[in-house]
Design a protein around this ligand. Structure first.
Ligand SMILES: O=P(O)(O)OC[C@H]1O[C@H](OP(=O)(O)OP(=O)(O)O)[C@H](O)[C@@H]1O
Length: 553
């Protein structure tokens, strides 16, 4: 890496740039000024400089605009080492950048390893990594890239040829992380024109003429198309990219919203298939993601499905591909792989798992069998809270709750299934009458890990706008469920949202939840009874306790 310092001729160069009456110069300077408008005084902005006309014009505009906006401006030249004279070219370009008044100017040498993906992709990855690295080291807040409308048109054409959906037709975004592309609205002709007006030399990368590269092929194809279809083709393709980007963003936003309200896919592919498409569609990319990890029905683990998910973080599979998934499942029939045994092994943990991934006492296997009611008590190792204690506590809480909500429009919201007992007894203890509604939720978590993101399995039947909502729960353990539910309900414009829980494990808290009424704080042990289950058993116990080791063996 080398550093070249600025010379003092920058002002002269700027004066020679063509001035406001030179249309391409004005357009490029305006584009750069707009891209910098949100920067704070003294921010450092870098330009990624290849030495070609596009990036030289961008560098000149940055050098002219930055001082006006109170910003610092520098340049980074990435030497890909792909040409024999690449280091000399890099040095020359650095000298030109310094001549524009950019400071600092840095050259970064990268190694391009094309194995398995081609030179273009490997060079791009190496370049972006190098640019990010320099920006971070220098504390730059932005890196400007010199892609023009012509590059955008080529990008869209390449996306069209790939046939891979809206996101790839959306072309290059003008903003991605620290990178900005201010010149997407100007043409390659404009950048050359600015360079000529400013008497700025540039060099043409011979790789830009090598038909071995896809981009060069696209450039030539576009030139042909322009001949046949008229000169507006580049602009039209770039406009298509803008429109499709908005569409793709909107679909992503719809997908996120749908995730928040669609039932989960716990029970497997066959059940999911029966759900209506509208609700089913967007969570299907979760299925496709599972396919990538080999966990879903094997018919989903095909290359296209995998390919759309794996290795492209942040990109969703195309709508059409998702839409085909239920049909694939329907055609493929049941999963041919051996089914899980009836017993459910407890993976990766010595505690049973809930929907949010917490665990319980030493455990190997849970038999999914009915437990004789008479045996339930025998399966307890220790009773932590007796039936009498529970009822006394609920009477006490009910009194406080009645005082708090006297004369108010109260709605009790129970969280299925564990809260059934608490709700039933609390309602009967309440001296006021209040309607009740239920929610059922499930975590997005996979395996024994929870993301803490919850999905609604069953939503409330009623609108809670203006109502005082009291969430009634059996237990607050990690707090993840309740903090999510509370935030979700709070977003529906109720008059208030409070929580009442019979049990709380202060030592298990992963997030702080403000619980207004707590029956008992208990130690961080796995408990059952009074609505709380272990593998769906023991909910009917009248007391709360811990299970004996023989249950887990
Ligand atoms: O504080 P957290 O770690 O989020 O755990 C609390 C949640 O766990 C229990 O539900 P569970 O997932 O066992 O479902 P269930 O009510 O159907 O038994 C309980 O009813 C809470 O909703």
């Amino acid at each position: 890496m080398g550093t070249v310092h600025a010379d003092t001729r920058a002002g002269e160069r700027m004066g020679a740039m063509g001035g406001p009456r030179h249309r391409p110069t004005a357009a490029i300077r305006y584009a750069v000024r707009s891209a910098l408008a949100d920067r704070a005084t003294d921010d450092l902005v870098l330009v990624a400089l290849s030495g070609g006309a596009d990036s030289m014009a961008l560098a000149a505009a940055l050098a002219a605009e930055a001082p006006v906006l109170g910003l610092r401006a520098g340049a980074v030249i990435v030497d890909h080492g792909l040409l024999t004279d690449s280091s000399e070219l890099a040095r020359t370009t650095a000298g030109r950048a310094a001549g524009l008044g950019l400071d600092p100017v840095e050259i970064v040498s990268v190694t391009v390893d094309p194995t398995g993906r081609g030179v273009e992709a490997a060079a791009r990855d190496a370049r972006y990594a190098a640019l990010s690295g320099v920006a971070e080291r220098l504390g730059a807040s932005l890196v400007l890239l010199g892609h023009t409308r012509d590059d955008q048109a080529e990008q869209v054409l390449l996306g069209l040829a790939r046939g891979s959906g809206a996101r790839s037709l959306a072309g290059m975004p003008s903003v991605r992380g620290i990178f900005r592309r201010p010149l997407l609205g100007v043409t390659r002709g404009d950048t050359r024109s600015l360079c000529e007006a400013a008497n700025l030399p540039w060099w043409d990368d011979p790789m830009n003429d090598d038909p071995a590269y896809l981009r060069v092929k696209a450039r030539r194809a576009l030139a042909d198309l322009e001949g046949d279809l008229g000169p507006g083709i580049r602009e039209a393709l770039a406009r298509t990219a803008d429109q499709l980007r908005e569409d793709a963003d909107h679909l992503d936003a719809l997908a996120d919203a749908a995730y928040a309200t669609t039932p989960p896919s716990r029970e497997g592919a066959n059940r999911r298939r029966r759900q209506p498409l509208t609700r089913d569609l967007l969570p299907l990319d979760r299925w496709v993601g599972r396919a990538a990890a080999g966990r879903a029905h094997p018919c989903l683990a095909t290359a296209p499905h995998r390919g759309r998910c794996a290795g492209r973080p942040g990109e969703r599979p195309a709508y059409r591909r998702l839409r085909s998934t239920p049909h694939r499942l329907a055609r493929a029939g049941p999963d041919p792989r051996p089914r899980r045994p009836e017993s459910v092994p407890i993976r990766g943990s010595d505690r049973p798992r809930t929907r949010l991934g917490w665990a319980a006492p030493p455990t190997r296997t849970v038999r999914s069998r009915a437990v004789d009611a008479a045996d339930m008590g025998k399966d307890l190792e220790k009773v932590l809270i007796t039936e009498e204690q529970i009822h006394a506590k609920l009477e006490e809480l009910a009194g406080e709750i009645a005082t708090e909500y006297a004369g108010k429009d109260l709605l009790l919201v129970g969280v299925l299934k564990g809260a059934v007992m608490v709700m039933a007894d609390l309602m009967r203890a309440l001296p006021i009458s209040a309607p009740v509604d239920w929610m059922a939720v499930s975590s997005y978590g996979s395996g024994t890990k929870s993301s803490g993101v919850v999905r609604i399995l069953k939503d409330l039947d009623v609108d809670i706008t203006g109502k005082h909502v009291l969430i009634v729960e059996d237990i607050v353990d990690s707090g993840l469920t309740l903090s999510w539910i509370r935030a979700n309900l709070a977003s529906r414009s109720p008059a208030s949202v409070e929580i009442c829980t019979l049990l709380r494990k202060p030592d298990a808290a992963k997030v702080e939840v403000d619980v207004k009424w707590v029956g008992f704080d208990i130690p961080n042990e796995f408990v059952v009874g009074y609505g709380l289950d272990y593998a769906e058993q023991y909910r009917g116990l009248r007391q709360v306790g811990t299970l004996a080791p023989h249950v887990y063996s």
